[in-house]
Design a protein around this ligand. Structure first.
Ligand SMILES: [Zn+2]
Length: 302
């Protein structure tokens, strides 16, 4: 099944660690960590003038931290905000804090959803050393001169994921929850399709007019884009149900048929995405599983 029902924007390739003023209050610095899951790299945002907040400092990369320090020379970094604890977003918070004295605020630290997640290596994507001075919850704000950032709980891609609304520009830092270049990966056990869909619907009902994501360029007309993302997931769910009714019981069989021609490096992520849908379908009683929903579980129509 193609993703061409979603108006993706792939035209985005600024030079790594160059500072770009993208709006009156926002500067963007692309981290040098391109890859199949990070697109051209992680986008770090500098908010304000004089006294600053930095959103998503990025991976553990000394050059990137140095670029952020140089970009903010003569100004004071007061707060470092983190949308979620994936390793391409949070680890630079420590080096940046050491260099600037800023407070780390943002999402809660990662906690495995299942006791066996750590043993199974399923939390390898998370920065388990992340230690915020202040954990933000829904509606909490971080202020600076001329700007207010408001935390919006958006679990799904990660269970601790937050978006940050920049009230003065009616903009939203959407992290990895909504990105213009690709759909988000929703990988159980930390990722949850049910939460992800609820978070999409929550943002759809808000009024922000532009999103600044964790990877790639801005999402323009976000409400329209969110409707396309929601529609896409409903279609994917239908495709999975169709495969199960056709006799497929295992996730790899479904992936082969549903994601024809997919880059081999992304097949593991596609399998986890199908698992996320199946976990939700089993919870809703639409699909039956012969054990807890896992990659090797057998699925049949309920
Ligand atoms: Zn992420």
């Amino acid at each position: 099944m193609a993703d061409d029902d979603i108006p993706f924007e792939h035209n985005f390739d600024p030079k790594a660690d160059e500072v770009q003023q993208v709006s009156p209050l926002i500067r963007r610095v692309l981290a040098p960590n391109p890859g199949p899951f990070t697109f051209t790299g992680t986008c770090t945002y500098i908010v304000g003038r004089g006294e600053l907040a930095i959103v998503d400092p990025g991976p553990d990369n000394a050059e990137h931290v140095q670029a952020l320090i140089e970009a903010t020379k003569g100004e004071r970094v007061a707060n470092i905000l983190v949308t979620h604890t994936h390793r391409d977003h949070a680890p630079a918070s420590r080096a940046l804090q050491a260099a600037t004295g800023a407070a780390i605020v943002g999402c809660r630290p990662y906690e495995p959803r299942h006791a066996n997640a750590q043993a199974a290596g399923l939390d390898a994507a998370h920065d388990t050393d992340y230690r915020p001075a202040r954990v933000l919850s829904e509606g909490d704000t971080v202020e600076g001169p001329g700007f207010t950032l408001e935390a919006i709980a958006t679990p799904g891609h990660a269970s601790n994921h937050l978006a940050f609304a920049l009230r003065e520009e009616n903009a939203l830092f959407s992290g990895d929850h909504v990105m213009a270049w690709s759909t988000s990966i929703v990988a159980p056990p930390d990722g949850s399709m049910n939460d992800y869909m609820a978070s999409l619907e929550k943002l759809r009902d808000r009024s922000e007019t532009i999103y600044w994501p964790g990877h790639g360029g801005p999402v323009r007309e976000p409400q329209r884009y969110l409707r396309a993302l929601i529609h896409h997931r409903h279609q994917r769910e239908t495709a999975i149900l169709t495969r199960i009714k056709a006799g497929d019981t295992l996730i790899p069989e479904m992936v082969e048929r549903i994601y024809e021609g997919l880059d081999a490096r992304l097949k593991g992520a596609a399998a986890l995405s199908v698992l996320a849908h199946l976990e939700d379908l089993v919870a809703r009683g639409v699909v039956r599983a012969d054990g807890p929903p896992r990659l090797a579980t057998h699925y049949t129509p309920a």
